[in-house]
Design a protein around this ligand. Structure first.
Ligand code: SF4
Length: 375
């Protein structure tokens, strides 16, 4: 884990004149109200003393849609480094001097071996993540062939994160059986060129449109803390609501040494919690995942984030280390929440470490325990 400077940076505030009753706002959201930009700004600009009230409001919504479930995901890079793009936050970017593993796209046997493991550990989803601007025609043919075999043999849910996609690439992936594509907005249209010059916000939007048009689900999120204003964060939250994405990873910048954003300070834990509340209020029924950078930004308040979010990446990220899986499982159990292992790696990690049934009457296996809930 990074030893980033823990004195928090502040996000320049885009002012909002609103003072709101957070519970009343949550109830309106549950009744179908769509969060406005002013309301979003009011959440981010709220006094730190209001964080508990905000979390209480976000929890009302989160609990209504997801109960106490925490869905876990695990990242595995199928191709690492070697990227020609210059996304300033990413250790795999062309200008980065960060020391990371670099390897080309895994072959069919390696990807199939991962799928077999996923199947045998009763995972629901198998994720294929690659670095790079986007896949070549050859990569798409290779991956489509492997996905077909995985679907035939194991019937797993497949999520791909492959960079920018052309319409015909998205169509081929959908035809092969890919269920979901991850492609983050990362920041607002207004701020995009501050973090990347080799592709545009519209390139990202075009990829998201291609994915949607092909019928696949969208996983699309943000990285907060890259020097943007609070209005940029609100704009992403509202844009994702408009696009009705199925899943939102909320990353907080972990400024990696050797990247262009090296030296940016972490956000305060209170601000991170407000960001999570904002995304929950704007996207009430969407899976919201606390993603990269949670350990260095939320620190001792990571658990509080799960009152707004309902999902976590467990263990390490693509090129940085995360909190240990044991500590994540302990944190979720301490909250009294229920672990739902979502993908291959998370299932495997959880199966290896899940605690003994405390009542001694059954194997809990991460499922709702009828015995303990009746006690
Ligand atoms: S985020 Fe993706 S496209 Fe951007 S530099 Fe990193 S690997 Fe390349």
């Amino acid at each position: 884990m990074s030893t980033a400077d823990v004195s928090p940076s502040t996000i320049p505030v885009t002012k909002s004149p609103l003072a709101l009753d957070w519970r009343e706002l949550a109830d309106r959201v549950l009744d179908g109200h769509s969060l406005t930009r002013e309301e979003g700004l009011a959440i981010l600009n709220a006094d730190d003393a209001e964080v508990l009230s905000l979390l209480d409001a976000a929890w009302r919504i989160r609990h209504q849609h997801f109960g106490k479930d925490v869905q876990l995901y695990y990242l595995k890079n199928a191709q690492s480094g070697l990227c020609p793009e210059d996304c300033g936050y990413c250790s795999q970017n062309v200008k980065s001097t960060a020391e990371i593993d670099k390897y080309k796209l895994l072959d069919e046997d390696q990807i199939l071996a991962g799928a077999k493991q996923a199947y045998e550990s009763q995972a629901r989803t198998y994720c294929i993540v690659t670095s790079g601007r986007g896949p070549t025609d050859k990569d798409i043919d290779h991956l489509s062939g492997v996905v077909r075999k995985i679907k035939d043999e194991y019937g797993l849910h497949i999520c791909c994160c492959l960079g920018l996609l052309e319409d015909d690439h998205a169509k081929k992936l959908a035809e092969a059986g890919v269920d979901r594509v991850n492609h983050n907005l990362n920041t607002s249209r207004n701020y995009y060129e501050e973090i990347c010059t080799t592709h545009t916000f519209d390139d990202r939007m075009n990829t998201l449109k291609a994915v949607r048009d092909s019928g696949m689900e969208l996983c699309c999120g943000i990285i907060a803390g890259m020097g943007e204003e609070s209005g940029d964060i609100v704009d992403v939250a509202l844009q994702l609501a408009e696009m009705k994405v199925e899943s939102i990873p909320v990353n907080f910048l972990n400024a990696i040494a050797g990247t262009q954003l090296e030296g940016l300070k972490v956000l305060s834990p209170q601000l991170c919690l407000k960001v999570l509340c904002l995304f929950r209020m704007a996207n009430p029924a969407t899976e919201i995942r606390i993603a990269g950078g949670r350990e260095v930004n939320l620190r001792s308040m990571q658990a509080m984030g799960l009152y707004a979010a309902n999902s976590l990446f467990v263990s390490d990220y693509l090129t940085t280390a995360g909190q240990s899986a044991d500590d994540d499982f302990r944190m979720i159990e301490d909250l009294g929440f229920r672990i739902v292992a979502g993908d291959h790696g998370s299932q495997e990690l959880y199966e290896g470490r899940r605690p003994e049934s405390s009542c001694g009457t059954q194997d809990c296996s991460g499922k709702t325990c009828e015995v303990s809930s009746a006690q």
